[in-house]
Ligand binder design. Structure first.
Ligand SMILES: CC(C)(COP(=O)(O)OP(=O)(O)OC[C@H]1O[C@@H](n2cnc3c(N)ncnc32)[C@H](O)[C@@H]1OP(=O)(O)O)[C@@H](O)C(=O)NCCC(=O)NCCS
Length: 206
């Protein structure tokens, strides 16, 4: 896929993965997004503050960052059913330095641990490295969020640093990890899917 210099080409309307499809947000997604952001468990895993984001703030974020035509932001839909299960976005896209920050939230609890997040992350890396032509994708994650860390490591993110005891939860203080992946470290979409199939086959004993 050729790199696109025109920002309007950075966010195709749909990107199909193995298990999920990324689709640009539609206004009717707001009600679902509001429900996810009211969920205390989602707040515990994703927010510095333990208080869920107030609905007015979620709505502002939805309109200005998720729905806006120029933003690289997608709803994550289960491919089999079309159900909206989460969202993923880039922020701080810096063309001068070729870097961006990656965010993902699967809001439906029954969709956790089924490979959907890893599939979505692979597509976002394809978008960053192949479509937009960036050099680096970074993220931050709380050290207790082992499912997220494992998923990020599976697509090639490495732990680059830690802010010690930056996050307070009911059970004490936790580090915030900085992770990143560089273009030369990314195996490419086809190769990373082939590796995923192999690991799934090993797990199922095939
Ligand atoms: C983080 C998130 C995107 C990951 O997506 P997902 O679809 O749930 O994850 P996947 O199924 O693709 O991969 C999870 C991996 O972690 C493993 N895992 C699951 N729970 C785990 C745990 N408690 N400890 C360690 N590993 C765990 C799974 O076994 C799997 O690895 P494997 O394929 O090698 O077995 C998703 O869970 C989510 O959005 N959670 C809520 C919000 C959140 O935490 N967002 C991230 C903020 S940084």
């Amino acid at each position: 896929m050729a790199r696109h210099d025109d920002p309007s080409e950075w966010n195709p309307p749909r990107i199909e993965g193995r298990l999920i499809e990324l689709r640009r947000h539609a206004p009717e997604n707001l009600a679902t997004v509001l429900r996810w952001y009211a969920d205390p468990e989602v707040a515990r895993l994703t927010r510095y503050s333990l208080r869920p984001m107030p609905p007015e703030e979620v709505e502002r974020f939805f309109q200005s960052r998720l729905l806006a035509s120029g933003s690289v932001a997608y709803g994550i839909h289960e491919r089999r059913t079309g159900r909206l299960i989460g969202l993923t976005t880039f922020s701080a896209l810096d063309p001068d330095n070729g870097s961006v920050l990656f965010h993902i939230t699967i809001g439906e609890h029954d969709a956790w641990g089924r490979g959907y997040g890893t599939d979505a992350a692979r597509l976002m890396l394809w978008l960053a490295f192949e479509r937009i032509g960036l050099h680096r994708v970074g993220l931050s994650v709380f050290a207790f969020n082992e499912r997220a860390i494992r998923s990020y490591q599976k697509v090639g993110f490495r732990i680059e640093g830690r802010l010690r005891e930056a996050i307070r939860r009911e059970d004490g203080y936790w580090d915030e990890l900085q992770m990143g992946i560089l273009r030369p470290e990314w195996p490419g979409l086809e190769t990373s899917w082939a590796a995923a199939s192999e690991s799934e086959e090993r797990k199922s004993g095939a």
